[in-house]
Design a protein. Structure first.
Length: 418
């Protein structure tokens, strides 16, 4: 912890430097403290879940790697998340998938799930000071096939409609219990491997299913719908494409989930923020890192993430954009993966918040484009990291790479024994 004595000093200097650019660092730290990241449960166990039935995998979800120590049950998963929260600052959320219910030894089919299966999660989250978010689960089930909510077979469609309705009821109970709306994400893998000719049919069925699912209004949960570009073995057609959900969200005033891995690699997800915000009430994000495809690599501090955070801050939309994570890497220490991803997300927001936005907007309004570009370039080198280190110090969590040793210790004492 030798370097901590420099943290305070560097922070003081950084604060003065930022003041010169018109940025109030203390206000930024307050905003960062309030930024909630919805931590996904599925990095801990490679998206397996705890159903007492065979999880068939598939559905375009593919966790690769076999690093030892994954969470094998609810207790292990909770212990892992508790460890993670000791290595990050701020108060956060925790996002559960339906297949992570506390089913005991019972086999509970997806169309039988009830709020009671999540009572222990709600209790645990309360003790941990985490708010819960939720996800219905269409993949990994004998009835998943290629089509769920858009299946022309009414019995299959109805099964998934019932599942999703029940998931909304679970989310409503979570929201009520925690006195804060639970955000429920709906992502289905529906699609087709090869050239598809009746595209309109499946999309119209999906619209009908969604209308039926959303007919019930709730006060303590919020819905969001997530599109995708393609899935593994579903390469040629995705029923719930971006255009589909963009239209649906705008028409029905549902949040659209933007997963950073669900667009063409050269497409700018950040540019979607200001457009979406005009037509949908709020936005849900799945912060992820595609490498050549929707490969869900561990989130790092890269330009895509920085652009996204900056767009949100520049649009003054921090209170309208919900930041959730979505990645799963089974090839490295999973607790470490969480910490890298969460800290990278916070680091990108601290940079965005520290941007000399007022000056940049003034330059732009005056047509001073050289000045705007110059300041954008110079701002990249401002001492944001001193502010970030101070945030960690203030939150009593490891500064800089000090968390590596803590993750190693947890591996020695806990995960390596699994
Ligand atoms: C899949 C979607 C979806 C899932 C999770 C597990 O491509 O991104 O959000 O990753 O629901
Ligand atoms: Zn996602």
């Amino acid at each position: 912890m030798r370097k901590n004595k420099f943290v305070q000093k560097s922070y003081e200097i950084a604060k003065e430097r930022y003041a010169e650019t018109g940025v109030n660092v203390e206000a930024v730290l307050e905003q960062l403290q309030k930024l909630q990241v919805s931590i996904h449960c599925w990095q801990a166990d490679d998206v397996t879940g705890f159903e007492n039935a065979v999880n068939l995998g598939g559905g375009g979800i593919q966790a690769t790697g076999n690093y030892p120590g994954k969470a094998r049950n609810i207790d292990e998963l909770r212990a892992d998340i508790e460890k993670v929260t000791t290595l990050i600052g701020g108060k956060h959320r925790f996002s559960l998938h339906e297949i992570y219910g506390d089913f005991g030894t019972k086999i509970v089919d997806r169309d039988e799930v009830e709020p009671a299966h999540f009572t222990s999660w709600m209790q645990w989250a309360k003790e941990q000071d985490l708010k819960l978010d939720f996800n219905s689960t269409s993949f990994g089930h004998p009835k998943s096939g290629d089509l769920t909510l858009s299946n022309p077979d009414k019995s299959v469609r109805d099964f998934w409609i019932e599942h999703t309705k029940r998931c909304r009821a679970v989310a409503e109970e979570m929201g009520k219990f925690q006195n804060d709306p639970c955000i429920m994400n709906l992502w289905i893998h529906d699609g087709s491997k090869d050239i598809t000719v009746n595209r309109y049919l499946y999309r119209s069925l999906l619209e009908k299913s969604l209308d039926e699912i959303f007919a019930q209004e709730y006060k303590n949960m919020k819905d969001c719908v997530e599109s995708k570009l393609f899935g593994i073995a579903l390469e040629s057609y995705t029923v719930g494409s971006h255009d589909f959900y963009l239209g649906y969200g705008a028409k029905k005033q549902k949040m659209v989930t933007l997963d950073m891995g669900h667009f063409h690699l050269s497409e700018s997800v950040s540019d979607k923020i200001s457009a979406l915000l005009l037509f949908t009430p709020e936005i849900m994000l799945h912060v992820s890192r595609p490498v050549r495809w929707d490969s869900d690599h561990v989130v790092i501090l890269n330009d895509d993430l920085l652009d996204l955070s900056k767009e949100i801050v520049r649009a003054g939309a921090l209170d309208k954009v919900h930041v959730g994570l979505d990645f799963f890497d089974a090839s490295i220490n999973r607790i470490g993966a969480y910490v890298i991803g969460i800290r990278a997300t916070q680091k990108s927001f601290v940079q965005a918040l520290l941007e000399p936005a007022a000056k940049l907007k003034e330059y732009e309004a005056n047509g001073q484009y050289f000045e705007r570009l110059a300041l954008i370039e110079e701002a990249k080198g401002l001492p944001w990291n001193a502010v970030w280190d101070y945030f960690c110090l203030k939150n009593n969590i490891p500064v800089g790479e000090d968390y590596i040793a803590e993750v190693q210790q947890y591996e020695r004492e806990v995960t390596s024994k699994r």
